[in-house]
Write a protein that binds this ligand. Structure first.
Ligand code: T3D
Length: 258
């Protein structure tokens, strides 16, 4: 039997591919736990500088596998606590940039996952739908926190209440993704983007994520103090010396040498 998450590493980029193609990569427990495990492994592996999460076939992720709910013997609360919540916490807390490469439809918790990357790249035919209300559930996996921060309360509510599908152009306009690429070249375009990220200073990006994530909930005062502390950690690191030396020598910095 095929693994539910495929792993591939090229040029410092670890690609994790959700692999339940016939179900549009709907998430069963095995997929959720494997993905969480694979993210942790990527974080711990020094050969990995960037992580890409994408889907096999024509879907990104159709959210919870609705065939896998009955008889699982867990309350919704307990299920979320054991599966989706650790996944989203791991993804958001990763010390390396995470690219969500949305190759096709992203629905329900799959839409939450699509939003959760640090960089969100979409294929032209990708779609996003906060489908939860179609089955009379509430949005989960972080959507209620992230979506209003991206589009404001009112648009978030409309997207959640009507479960309309958002296409690539609207996603760009709303700030749900950073770039859209043709379907035909999507996987190569994602790899090229991820390789650009992989060449950036890894330690500085780790601190940048830490600063941004904390700033999403704190005050300006706290952000200023945190920046001053993190800047010391960045400034004392060899990457900073390399960046400044390269600038003076009028050459591109090499953040891969260590
Ligand atoms: O702890 C908890 O359980 C709570 C957690 C909740 C988190 C959630 O994510 S709740 C939301 C669950 N997801 C959905 O409700 C989405 C259901 N799917 C759809 O609305 C549509 O399939 C899509 C909008 C995603 C895509 O539509 P379309 O027309 O492009 O494809 P399709 O024909 O509907 O689907 C293709 C196949 O995938 C089809 O199977 P078939 O007929 O070819 O054998 C369909 O049944 C299957 N599929 C799609 N989504 C799911 C699914 N099978 C199981 N679970 C799914 N979520």
């Amino acid at each position: 039997e095929q693994p539910v998450v495929l792993t591939d590493t090229r040029a410092g980029v670890r690609t994790l591919t959700l692999n339940r193609e016939s179900r549009l990569n709907a998430a069963n427990d095995a997929l959720l736990l494997s993905l969480t495990e694979a993210l942790r492994a990527a974080d711990a592996d020094p050969a990995v500088r960037v992580v890409v999460v994408t889907g096999a076939g024509r879907g990104f992720c159709a959210g919870q596998d609705l065939g896998d709910v009955a008889g699982r013997g867990l309350s919704f609360t307990e299920h979320l606590r054991r599966t989706y919540n650790p996944l989203v916490r791991t993804l958001r807390g990763l010390g390396k940039p995470v690219v969500t490469a949305v190759n096709g439809v992203a629905a329900g918790a799959g839409a939450s996952l699509a939003l959760a990357g640090d960089i969100r790249l979409w294929a032209r035919s990708a779609q996003f739908t906060q489908v939860f209300s179609n089955i009379a559930l509430v949005p989960d996996s972080g959507s209620t926190w992230l979506l209003p921060r991206l589009v404001g309360y009112h648009r978030a509510f409309a997207l959640m209440a009507l479960a309309e599908r958002v296409g690539a152009d609207e996603a760009l306009r709303l700030g749900l993704c950073e770039a859209v690429y043709p379907d035909e070249t999507f996987r190569e375009d994602v790899q090229a983007y991820a390789e650009r990220l992989a060449a950036r200073p890894a330690h500085a990006l780790r601190l940048t994520k830490q600063a941004l994530n904390a700033a999403m909930t704190g005050s300006l005062d706290e952000a200023l103090d945190r920046e001053a502390e993190l800047q010391q950690l960045a400034g004392d690191h060899w990457e900073h010396l390399e960046g400044v030396t390269a600038f003076r020598e009028k050459r591109a910095p090499d953040f891969l040498k260590e």
